[in-house]
Write a protein that binds this ligand. Structure first.
Ligand code: NAD
Length: 430
């Protein structure tokens, strides 16, 4: 769909992005590859995936009919270690989106210096409309189809949009039926099944560690900062709770079910309980006003955190954003055109490549603990996460200074350089 004509009932701000997630990731890859003067043939290797698997996921649902979903696993590049990446259950999942997310993961693991390649997976089902029994059947059927390309030293899965610790438990159990007990096949598992302390909150916690570094860079204080958050799932709700506990003030929240605002502040702990324990409707949350998505996007705040889907901030709504810092909790939330508009407005953008890397960092810790059959306590996990993600941010900041470029371009360049170096040493490329 073009951005020229909005369907009935949609404002220009609500429209889908002008480009796909794949276009977004590819755009930044091309810019960075050009600046690095990568040879065309080397760029072609790095742009394409090592392996792309598409499978049929037929599942009998509660209506008594067999529904055939499509499942995908894309392994982008494994020069630096086993493939690693989340599994998404969402109706919009397709090969292009999974391919984009896999490539982004390759640069992300390289930027924060953990020994993984990049992968991603997904099934085009609507997790919100399905019963737990149906989700379990989808997870097991999907694992049966892709297990041949996975393995604890080959490719390790994790949660993403529409999946959680429970989904990981089903995936691990199904893999175990074929290969024996193998906790290291997935990360983000429940604590009762060799999950890691701190993993559930890790992506949101990492987002706030990156904010702390950005604030120092911008000479700003955290205490009293106002923030708005799009997406109140795993990443968004944890980022909101952690920032609130450190002194930030949450003033607006947007989810797929509606948006709310309160200048007096929204307590994210209460909102989380209301949505997830009491099954409340967000528009009915006490002491806040229900607002439109357009009003949400225009919220005047210090920090805006997109933590939902890719392409949320695009050519037709970027100009309405009224923030000083954009913290990309989601993957590819900002299109290149939106990035340009925001940069021209003086917004500091902390890019997804480092900003949401906390999840994969603690997934790495979980994998290490599983391989050693040894458990770390939460304080140790959080301390190590802080060190690694802040080091990644520091490497990017140094490159920004040296090369006079944006954090996003610096991050892509750094990621690509590290993958090229590993590929050369292995003998994959000249
Ligand atoms: P989730 O399924 O737990 O939550 C998704 C949230 O997005 C929900 O609150 C939902 O209401 C909201 N949302 C969906 N569509 C929306 C729309 N059109 N408008 C407004 N809100 C909408 O997912 P998650 O795991 O929190 O992932 C969120 C983002 O973070 C994704 O881009 C994901 O790839 C990225 N990410 C997740 C992790 C992780 O560890 N889970 C790690 C790195 C990056």
């Amino acid at each position: 769909m073009t951005t020229e004509q909005a369907p009935a009932g949609q404002t220009p701000e609500d429209q889908p992005a002008e480009v796909s997630n794949w276009d977004i990731v590819n755009h930044w890859f091309d810019v960075a590859a050009d600046r690095l003067e990568l040879r065309d043939d080397v760029a072609a290797v790095l742009r394409s995936s090592y392996r792309e698997v598409q499978v049929q996921v037929p599942v009998s649902l509660g209506d008594g009919r067999i529904h055939v979903f499509s499942g995908f696993r894309v392994q982008h590049n494994g020069a630096r270690g086993p493939y690693k990446g989340g599994i998404r259950f969402h109706p919009d999942v397709d090969l292009d989106e999974v391919r984009a997310l896999a490539m982004l993961m390759t640069w992300k693991t390289a930027v924060v210096g953990i020994p993984y390649g990049g992968a991603k997976g997904g099934v085009n089902c609507d997790s919100r409309a399905l019963e737990p029994r149906e989700l379990q059947a989808i997870a097991r059927s999907f694992m049966d189809k892709i297990e041949k390309v996975l393995g604890p030293t080959r490719d390790i899965a994790a949660p993403d949009v529409g999946t959680n610790a429970q989904t990981m438990a089903w995936l691990m159990d199904e893999y175990g039926k074929l290969h024996g007990h193998t906790p290291a096949i997935v990360t983000g598992k429940p604590i009762a099944l060799e999950g890691s302390y701190g993993r559930e909150a890790a992506t949101g916690r990492g987002v706030i560690f990156v904010l702390e570094e950005a604030l120092e860079h911008l000479d700003m204080e955290l205490d009293g900062l106002t923030f708005a958050i799009q997406g109140f799932g795993n990443v968004g709700s944890w980022a909101a709770r952690i920032l609130h506990d450190k002194g930030g003030k949450l003033i607006a929240v947007d989810t797929v079910d509606g948006s709310i605002r309160s200048d007096a502040g929204i307590d994210p702990h209460r909102l989380h309980r209301f949505l997830y324990e009491e099954s409340g409707d967000i528009d009915a949350f006490a002491d806040s006003d229900s607002i439109s998505k357009t009003e949400f996007l225009a919220t005047e705040c210090d920090v805006f955190i997109p933590a939902a889907l890719g392409g949320a901030i695009h050519a037709n709504n970027a100009d309405t954003l009224n923030c000083r810092i954009l913290l990309e909790g989601a993957n590819s939330p900002t299109t290149p055109k939106a990035d340009e508009i925001l940069t021209d407005k003086g917004v500091y953008i902390a890019p997804d490549v480092v900003c949401n890397a906390g999840g994969v960092i603690v997934s790495y810790f979980e994998w290490v603990q599983n391989l050693q059959h040894f458990r770390w306590d939460e304080a140790e996990v959080n301390e190590r996460l802080e060190k690694i993600i802040k080091r990644g941010f520091g490497d990017i900041a140094a490159k920004c200074r040296d090369d006079q470029t944006s954090p996003r371009i610096a991050a892509y360049e750094l990621g690509i350089q590290r993958v090229v170096e590993a590929s050369r040493i292995r003998g994959y490329i000249p």
